[in-house]
Design a protein around this ligand. Sequence first.
Ligand code: AMP
Ligand code: ZN
Length: 127
Amino acid sequence: MSMDGCIFCRIVQGDVPAREVFRDDTAVAFLDLSPKSPGHTLVVPTTHTENLTSEPAGLALMADAVTTVARTITDRLGASGVTAQINSGAAAGQEVFHLHVHLIPRYQPGQSPRGGPDEVLTQLLGS
Ligand code: AMP
Ligand code: ZN
């Protein structure tokens, strides 16, 4: 189910462009517009749910996608590690109220991929 006016629902539906990294029936992953590091990716359930405590529960819907994308980030971008973060609720810093997991690549000094988001996306897609 989607919710009118929700930017991430619109990305899921393909109505708003995003640099898509992964998609299956239950989750979509795309590059964050304001990356904390190159390759910073958001994973969202295709079903609209606000946060960790809301109904329907969304965390399990994203689990496989989080694993797949975290592996892709380490394999294809050369990240040494990945920080996975969920801000659930305004008090936790949530700004977009469609549940999402931040996957923030962590690099050794000098190991960040070069180029802008389009080059990073190309590298992530392996094309
Ligand atoms: P949060 O504070 O956890 O709700 O984070 C929301 C994140 O969504 C921020 O890191 C934003 O940069 C990111 N964001 C907002 N709108 C878009 C968009 N249209 N495409 C990609 N990332 C977005
Ligand atoms: Zn939504």
